[in-house]
Design a protein around this ligand. Structure first.
Ligand SMILES: C[S@@+](CC[C@H](N)C(=O)[O-])C[C@H]1O[C@@H](n2cnc3c(N)ncnc32)[C@H](O)[C@@H]1O
Length: 274
């Protein structure tokens, strides 16, 4: 019995040391990314990064399944935005001279927004809404997709909403031709909107209740083939509940940032599966 307890004790110490090695390795990796970010980035919120390469393929597959388009077509749209030199130079120029230059990185990184782009290119919406604009990175991504659609003969218009009157300064130059920002409380702006919405992106007040209210506000304005994307779906079930209540399907893509300490958000998607 004594021998048994002694051996068990030694085994437990070995297991603990083995687990401590795993924990220390993990802490070292996370701290490394945090330290690198602390000294190399200016960003304070709404962090930017690229997607981990495998995660990007999962995003392409996610959009291909929902839009019922070939994987290769969606891959082409993703490659289009990642290689868009006009958009990159516009964003770099604005990062230099924009009023938020001191909390902006001079790097072009879209994260999950490349998925918003591909949805717009794949489904050619006439009206796209993005609630919550911040600097306007998403606005430019959306505007760039709409301008490409227009060049191919598919008209489309962008509305952003933001409560902050300083939001959206990146939506300038040719990108401003794609639409405009409605300033004020998002729900109030949405109530006044008198157009059918084809693509709705929720990214404003991230409280679960406010998010749900946005979906309720636009419910009667959504076109039959509308797609609703939730930027809060990694931590909220508002879009999932809205999908169930309205007979839509719901899918979720979890974003995995490459080389960044932030664990990532995602794209929730509610849609009618026809
Ligand atoms: C996460 S940021 C949006 C990020 C942006 N979509 C992008 O792609 O970078 C959230 C924004 O929502 C705005 N916001 C917060 N509450 C709001 C409300 N009640 N109505 C409208 N905008 C709101 C904030 O001012 C902020 O700019």
């Amino acid at each position: 019995m004594k021998e048994f307890l002694r051996v068990t004790g030694i085994v437990r110490i070995f297991i603990f040391l083995y687990r401590a090695k795993i924990a220390l390795k993990q802490m070292y990796q996370s701290n490394g990314l945090l330290t690198k970010w602390l000294f190399s980035s200016n960003e304070t919120t709404n962090f930017t990064y690229h997607l981990y390469s495998v995660n990007q393929k999962h995003l392409i597959n996610f959009i291909a399944n929902i839009s019922k388009q070939p994987y290769s077509a969606i891959e082409g749209y993703i490659s289009e935005i990642l290689n868009d030199k006009d958009l990159a130079s516009h964003l770099l120029e604005m990062a230099k001279k924009g009023k938020d230059w001191y909390k902006t990185d001079r790097k072009v990184r879209f994260g999950r927004r490349i998925g918003w782009y591909a949805f717009i290119r794949a489904t050619k919406p006439k009206v796209v809404i993005e609630t919550g604009v911040d600097k306007g990175l998403g606005s430019c991504v959306i505007a760039s997709a709409l301008l490409r659609n227009r060049a191919e003969g598919f008209d489309g218009h962008y509305y952003g909403t933001d409560i902050d009157p300083r939001a959206g300064y990146l939506l300038a130059g040719k990108y401003a031709q794609a639409g405009k920002i409605l300033y004020g409380d998002s729900i109030e702006s949405l109530k006044k909107l008198d157009e059918k919405i084809d693509l709705f992106i929720n990214d404003s007040d991230h409280s679960v209740v406010y998010e749900a209210q946005e979906y309720e506000t636009v419910a009667s304005k959504l076109s039959p083939s509308s797609i609703i994307l939730g930027d809060n779906s990694h931590c909220s079930d508002s879009l999932l509940n809205f999908a169930h209540k309205t007979g839509r399907k719901f899918e979720f893509f979890k974003e995995v940032p490459d080389n960044h300490w932030y664990s990532g958000a995602g794209i929730g998607c509610a849609y009618f599966d026809k």
